[in-house]
Design a protein around this ligand. Structure first.
Ligand SMILES: Cc1cc2nc3c(=O)[nH]c(=O)nc-3n(C[C@H](O)[C@H](O)[C@H](O)COP(=O)(O)OP(=O)(O)OC[C@H]3O[C@@H](n4cnc5c(N)ncnc54)[C@H](O)[C@@H]3O)c2cc1C
Length: 395
């Protein structure tokens, strides 16, 4: 078996995390279901909420103090995003900056970091977007067709991306493109590079944005690149190593999304339990029937179990250890648990679960996304089978 090295896990200081939870919760409580419903109805963007979250310093949690942030780890960041979802909000509008920032912090040059990170911390700039997925290659990322060709002091970008979120409310994007053709590299994961794109300069000068109306919003778009010129110093790290760099960011992304799913799961379970206590049918609370209470109890057990794997992923990431296995497993377990909790919550509410004013159908749609994005369940199973269990490679 090809298990990664494990660390001895220090106990988590839940008391310190409680202070973070309290702070985020008191901010989130000002943004009630009505606020999020209105955003959802028009596929809008929660600008006021994001601005306040940034100004309160929560989005700069992982930025080192030297660059104006709080210097916290993925563990604390995960609690912040969990709490947003637990309060009924949607951290999908803000999580991009946390994991994109981790990529820039780890692989960016000193010049890039000192130019960008303080502005991310203060809210002057947003780095909410990451362009990886392409319409013709999907999950098979190493086959991406978007190219970056070096010409003098510029890279020229051509190609297309799909499902790229938060472009309309971001100033910067991390873009993955091929700098060496697939046929010329030894390993298919080589020859790709990542770039920091100034969206204001790019849009209308070689980059076009086409919004995609969809089930969950997220301000998601198709992007077209037609000879977009980027200054050579937009390259992050070394040319050709972008896929490896992006994988580090993806582990942070998967762990943070696991935490959001745990927040969702807890929201669904609270909501279902409350309703099951209050709703009287056949002269008794529906929750008195074991047919109603057992599925809620089962969903609770699964969310709590997923939470344990989320802590492990956070601790490994923060210790600089390989976190791929735990991050993938945490995302798998948490996305499954939140989706099951969503189903139970909807079922417990009967017909009222379908009424928008209860927020159950909105959160039901929102949490469903995480079985597919940022990585689908099948691809996690395939990772575990191949990389942890040494089963034959299937693609
Ligand atoms: C709302 C939303 C926001 C998003 N935001 C971003 C973003 O900001 N940036 C970005 O880069 N991407 C983003 N994505 C894209 C997302 O990461 C992809 O949709 C996801 O990775 C799946 O890729 P795909 O849609 O191309 O599916 P495909 O690769 O076409 O796969 C379709 C289905 O087939 C299954 N499948 C494919 N190959 C195999 C196999 N070999 N074995 C078993 N099953 C297989 C998959 O599991 C999946 O269920 C977003 C997507 C959505 C819906």
């Amino acid at each position: 078996m090809n298990q990664p090295p494990t660390m001895s896990h220090d106990p988590i200081d839940h008391e310190a995390l409680e202070a973070i939870r309290d702070g985020v919760r008191s901010l989130c409580q000002q943004y009630d279901g009505e606020y999020w419903r209105q955003i959802d109805e028009v596929q809008g963007f929660p600008e006021k909420f994001v601005t306040e979250l940034t100004e309160a310093g929560w989005l700069g949690a992982m930025i080192p103090e030297a660059f104006g942030g709080s210097g916290l780890g993925l563990l604390e960041a995960s609690v912040i995003l969990e709490e947003v979802n637990r309060c009924g909000g949607n951290a999908g509008f803000v999580h991009g900056q946390m994991y994109n920032m981790a990529t820039l912090l780890k692989h960016g040059s000193e010049a890039q970091k000192s130019a960008i990170l303080p502005k991310l911390a203060s809210g002057e700039l947003r780095l909410q977007s990451m362009g990886v997925t392409e319409p013709t290659t999907g999950t098979d990322t190493t086959k991406i067709k978007t190219t970056a060709v070096k010409r003098g002091d510029k890279y020229v970008i051509n190609g297309q991306k799909v499902w790229i979120s938060r472009i309309q409310h971001s100033d910067l994007m991390i873009l993955l493109a091929r700098t060496t053709p697939l046929a010329e590299v030894k390993r298919k994961s080589e020859g790709m590079s990542i770039f920091l794109v100034d969206l204001h300069q790019a849009i209308g000068n070689g980059m076009t944005v086409q919004p995609i109306a969809n089930m969950v919003g997220h301000e998601t778009n198709e992007l077209f690149f037609d000879n977009l010129e980027l200054p050579a110093d937009s390259l992050i790290g070394e040319e050709g190593k972008g896929f490896r760099y992006i994988l580090d960011g993806l582990n942070a992304e998967r762990t943070l999304i696991a935490a959001e799913c745990i927040g969702d799961g807890r929201w669904f379970i609270d909501k279902a339990s409350r309703y099951a206590n209050e709703r009287i049918v056949f002269d008794r609370p529906i929750g008195q029937n074991q047919g109603v209470q057992f599925p809620i109890a089962e969903a609770h057990i699964e969310v709590e179990a997923a939470d344990l794997m989320r802590w492990r992923a956070c601790q490994e990431f923060d210790a600089g250890l390989p976190a791929g296995a735990s991050a993938n497993m945490a995302k798998y377990l948490a996305a499954k648990a939140s989706w099951e909790a969503a189903n139970v919550c909807l079922q417990t509410h009967g017909g009222f679960g379908f009424a928008t004013e209860y927020d159950v159908e909105r959160k039901f749609r929102e949490t469903r996304l995480y079985q597919v994005a940022p990585i689908s369940t099948n691809l996690i199973l395939s990772y575990v089978a191949e990389h942890l269990l040494d089963l034959p490679r299937s693609f």
